[in-house]
Design a protein around this ligand. Structure first.
Ligand code: GLU
Length: 272
């Protein structure tokens, strides 16, 4: 389980993403990272350990930019290390991933034969290279993401940024949660609604196979065929702390009720 967050709008992305990651830290805390896009260039910072270490990586040199993605990791493939921390890069693009790519070994072997160099031990990095490969072949970012996800088996929620399309942030999910929302100043996505509540209470939960295109002024959810999906946003009435409690009066009760599902996920080896 990991937490992902993304923002594209008119405000400084860094504090906004850090706040989102703090809300998601319960989902993973062995390492964390951020990518910020500005002037068609993406800068990445990553750190092992808790979020406070990532904050230190920015000390004195905050990255400006109104577009970015962030990740807090609970490693499944590859030890907790700076190199294995997300975001992962391939050429002009970076991405963050929650989930497990089951056929990553075969894909990695193929991509290595085709000349791609891997910098991490993660399953995630294959997805970055697959998308880059489709981009190099002339597909736009949305199409490249769609084609890459058709090649992977497993579970994922992904957020993808590309230097060639600086006004677009793409999200896609299959088997892992992803929620999106529009605030007055931009569009956001996250693994959990608690990361959005400081900015908007009207959110859309993506369903499996759906892809979302976010831009500073709006967002479009699309189905597997690329057709726009019309779904009224859900209004979240809880505040962030209540949302973290998932409707239960206190955390202990939430944990008790979550035990059967947690056991099933553990025994089934699935990603939560
Ligand atoms: N499989 C990815 C990794 O190990 C993401 C982890 C997760 O979502 O649990 O980096």
């Amino acid at each position: 389980m990991c937490g992902i967050v993304g923002y594209i709008g008119s405000q400084n992305a860094l504090p906004l993403l850090m706040d989102g990651l703090r809300r998601l830290e319960y989902r993973g805390y062995d390492s964390a990272g951020l990518a910020i896009l500005q002037n068609n260039t993406i800068e990445v910072r990553r750190a092992v350990g808790k979020l406070v270490n990532l904050e230190k990586a920015f000390n004195g040199t905050p990255l400006p930019g109104a577009v970015g993605i962030g990740h807090t990791r609970w490693a499944t493939h590859g030890k907790p290390s700076e190199q294995n921390a997300h975001p992962h890069r391939s050429g002009p693009l970076v991405l963050v991933h929650n989930g497990i790519i089951e056929n990553y070994a075969a894909l990695k072997a193929r991509l290595q034969r085709e000349g791609y160099r891997f910098e991490s031990e993660t399953d995630t990095e294959v997805v970055a290279h697959l998308i880059a490969q489709h981009l190099q072949a002339g597909a736009g970012l949305e199409k490249a993401v769609r084609r890459a996800t058709q090649e992977v088996r497993g579970s994922y929620a992904l957020a993808v940024l590309c230097e060639w399309e600086p006004h677009t942030l793409i999200g896609v999910r299959s088997g892992c949660p992803l929620v999106v929302g529009m605030s007055e100043h931009g569009a956001m996505l996250a693994s959990d609604v608690t990361a959005l509540l400081a900015h908007t209470r009207n959110v859309v939960f993506l369903e499996d196979g759906e892809l979302v295109v976010l831009a500073p002024g709006g967002l479009v959810v699309k189905d597997t065929d690329g057709k726009p999906v019309t779904r009224a946003p859900i209004r979240i009435a809880w505040d962030a702390t209540e949302a973290e409690k998932g409707g239960y009066p206190h955390f202990m009760l939430k944990e008790i009720h979550e035990q059967p599902r947690a056991i099933m996920v553990t025994m089934g080896g699935g990603a939560a």
